[in-house]
Design a protein around this ligand. Structure first.
Ligand code: SF4
Length: 378
């Protein structure tokens, strides 16, 4: 049995069967348990990671975390990058670190989202609070780094608030209409609604719901790049004679407070799958194996003697459904593993920031947290 084969047999290999190994390395069966999740027909096994630095001290192997090792082993390879989506391989990190990035991306990176809705008129069938909730979930396409958080004591101004107006009407005699997010118009000068108590005869200027010192479209960031929302999202339906008039105020926040501030539609990772055939699978059995796999992981190759043999053509596509190892015979022929420190990470942005920028911002947040812990401890 080759080294690789004995590794993939994992839990089934006896220490007595192991070939001689260099003294500085772990025996194969332990190395396999340290680095792989083993996937048998019932459930994944060996899912934990060994953190204790002295775990293998009796075998002369140092299991401590070392910065130099991390530097040498850590890799990021981008596989796919579009305006909204990125898939990359992150190699050489502990699952806890990969999960920290995922959670920061979901819940701690700020965006702008509609928080207050001032409704002047709503004769549609959708209730005010449901309408406000729907508007809150419409992604605002703007870089949140240009804005400050609005605290309780702050007045809404050009640095902490974005105002949109929505005024739609379905005239009598017209067919039923659909109100989409495209109808939200940015008001760079701030609110146009007058506060009832603010407009008195003695006031030189009537008070609105914001106090902008200057128009946002005069800011260099937005002069050529007007603030907008994600288009095409249905907000409400209007029957003939119905009307909606409102102002929506967006502020900065994070997904931990409410999912509407999450910058990602979703963000997930999976460990790199490893699929190994422990023996040659030929002829009808090869055909059967190809049919078993819903993810098309296996292919068939023609041998020189005209026979057919199964090959593992697309191991990354394996979803770990375990259809190929459902019975004992097949479980013996195929080994399924996941590499514990190799993550296939996917980020789907809602559009405020490109996915690669979201990831670098997540790294900065984790860095800040680490610095805070270090300064608290020192
Ligand atoms: S576990 Fe499922 S997806 Fe993976 S190789 Fe087997 S059948 Fe295909």
């Amino acid at each position: 049995m080759s080294d690789a084969e004995s590794m993939m047999h994992g839990g089934f290999v006896s220490a007595l069967d192991l070939p001689d190994v260099p003294s500085s390395k772990l025996p194969h069966h332990l190395d396999l348990r340290r680095t792989r999740v083993l996937c048998n027909s019932v459930a994944p096994d060996n899912t934990d990671t060994v953190q204790y630095s002295g775990a293998y001290a009796s075998m002369g192997v140092d299991n401590s975390l070392r910065l130099d090792d991390f530097r040498n082993n850590f890799k990021v390879n981008v596989n796919r990058l579009t305006a909204d989506e990125m898939e990359f391989d992150m190699v050489g990190v502990d699952p806890s670190l990969a999960n920290a990035f995922r959670r920061i991306l979901l819940a701690e990176l700020p965006t702008m989202a509609i928080e207050k809705v001032f409704i002047a008129n709503n004769t549609s069938v959708i209730q005010d609070e449901v309408l406000a909730h729907r508007l809150g979930l419409v992604p605002i396409i703007v870089d949140p780094r240009h804005f400050d958080y609005l605290s309780e004591n702050d007045r809404p101004n050009e640095k902490n608030t974005i105002v949109f107006k929505l005024h739609v009407r379905c005239k009598k005699g017209d067919p039923r209409g659909t109100v989409k997010s495209d109808e939200l118009r940015w008001l760079p000068k701030g609110s146009e609604f007058l506060k009832e108590s603010g407009a008195s005869a003695s006031n030189t200027k009537a008070e609105t719901y914001t106090s902008f010192n200057f128009s946002q479209d005069s800011m260099p960031e937005f002069s050529d790049n007007p603030i907008g929302v994600s288009p095409g999202i249905i907000v409400a339906k209007l029957a003939p004679g119905q009307e909606i008039e409102l102002e929506a105020h967006a502020v900065k926040g994070i997904g931990k407070t409410h999912a509407k501030w999450s910058p990602v539609a979703t963000c997930w990772y999976r460990m790199l799958p490893e699929v190994v055939l422990n023996e040659d699978i030929k002829g009808d059995m090869a055909e059967e194996l190809v049919k078993k796999c819903p993810a098309s992981v296996f292919d068939i190759e023609e041998l020189a003697n005209g026979k057919k043999r199964a090959t593992v053509a697309r191991p990354r596509a394996c979803t770990l459904c375990r259809e190929c190892v459902r019975d004992d015979e097949w479980e013996r022929r195929i080994s399924l593993c996941r590499v514990k420190d190799h993550f296939i990470f996917t980020i789907e942005s809602v559009g405020a920031l490109p996915p690669e920028v979201l990831f670098t911002e997540a790294v900065k947040i984790l860095e800040d947290k680490c610095e805070r812990v270090i300064s608290d401890l020192s």
